[in-house]
Design a protein around this ligand. Structure first.
Ligand SMILES: Cc1cc2nc3c(=O)[nH]c(=O)nc-3n(C[C@H](O)[C@H](O)[C@H](O)COP(=O)(O)O)c2cc1C
Length: 336
């Protein structure tokens, strides 16, 4: 089987398991439970080329939802290392990416970091936290890291004029916080990508494919994963849409193509891909890798087995998480 070069790593194929919170960790400490390791072992067995793990909070203030994975202290390194070892024992070709996140205004804490009230010192602390977490990711043996700047978490709100009303150097049009985080993480010797909000889908506001192109032109990430969608606030679409829509970000990919940005760094697009055949259209458009989230919950083996388990994108997996359960496909559960 041929392999694919990706930021100097050799991938077994061009399919990505996009970050998907498993909700299997201790709520306070962020330490994974046994289910966490079982899920990642089974994903590795399914021969995905690049596995982007799940959002790890870089500080307690950036903790998003319950049972989230933490990488906010050195003590956490051992748990990440163990997961990486388990995955590599199951599949020695797998490449593993650590996703680093700060929930900001969406934090699961009373001390939420609100972007229009944050001080410069608050933002400088965030930059340092991302850098320290990236260093821990390297020590834990990840192949690359991905900065989470999507889904209305802290960084994605700072690049959006809908959320960011600041007029100082942190104003939306200058994307300073994202730039500073990138530069800080860059000092760690590990490839750095971003999951980038490329469309808020909020009418009348300019966080869209065009503004995403400006960010991608200005910042030198090793790879970009295109994402978008909102949590409330009148957003037309959520990140994980219910229903039959496919290839959610085709319009963003077309815009990137117009600006010659598809060749600047490898581009991953995630959202609305149900099977291997669906990915072909994105590959034809010049996308390098295609990501799947809910499909892997439905069937972690869809890349190697006959793909008979269709994900109907009902989002019951996400609802299960909101109920405090681990992320799993409810269709599977109902069949048991
Ligand atoms: C249960 C669940 C958990 C998710 N957790 C994350 C996460 O930790 N980080 C992230 O960037 N996206 C997360 N997402 C979003 C997915 O990565 C993906 O962008 C979205 O579901 C659209 O892709 P899909 O149509 O293949 O499911 C999650 C989605 C679901 C359904």
């Amino acid at each position: 089987m041929s392999s694919f070069d990706f930021v100097g790593l050799q991938l077994e194929n061009r399919y990505v398991r996009s970050a998907t919170a498993t909700s299997t960790c201790d709520n306070d400490s962020g330490i994974p439970g046994q289910k966490f390791y079982e899920i990642y072992e089974s994903l590795a067995r399914g021969h995905v080329g690049l596995l982007i793990q799940e959002h790890s909070f870089v500080s307690l203030r950036g903790h998003a939802n319950h049972k989230q994975l933490g990488l906010h202290t050195d003590e956490m390194i051992q748990y990440h290392q163990k997961a990486n070892e388990i995955m590599r024992a199951a599949n020695d070709k797998i490449k593993i990416c650590c996703q680093l996140a700060h929930a900001g205004p969406n934090g699961n804490t009373e001390n939420k970091l609100l972007i229009n009230e944050a001080t410069v010192a608050d933002f400088e602390e965030v930059v340092q936290q991302f850098k320290e977490a990236a260093l821990r990711a390297k020590q834990a043996g990840y192949d690359c890291v991905q900065i989470h700047s999507g889904h209305t978490y802290l960084l994605s709100q700072t690049i959006s004029d809908f959320y960011n009303k600041r007029t100082d150097e942190y104003r939306a049009s200058d994307f300073k916080l994202l730039r500073d985080v990138l530069e800080a993480v860059r000092t760690v010797d590990i490839p750095v990508g971003v999951k980038l909000q490329c469309d808020d889908f909020i009418e009348g506001h300019s966080m869209n494919a065009v503004s995403a192109c400006k960010i991608i032109s200005a910042l030198k990430f090793d790879f970009i994963e295109v994402t978008g969608g909102g949590q409330g606030n009148g957003a037309k679409y959520s990140t994980a849409r219910v229903g039959k829509d496919k290839y959610y970000y085709k319009h963003v990919i077309q815009e990137l193509k117009i600006h010659n940005l598809l060749d600047k760094q490898p581009v991953i697009v995630t959202g609305g891909f149900e099977n291997v055949e669906d990915a072909q259209q994105a590959f034809n458009d010049g996308v390098y890798l295609v990501g799947y989230s809910r499909k892997f919950l439905r069937n972690p083996n869809f890349l190697i087995d006959e793909d008979v388990k269709k994900c109907i994108r009902c989002n019951q997996c996400a609802i299960a998480v909101h109920k405090g359960e681990y992320a799993h496909c409810v269709i599977d559960q109902n069949k048991k």
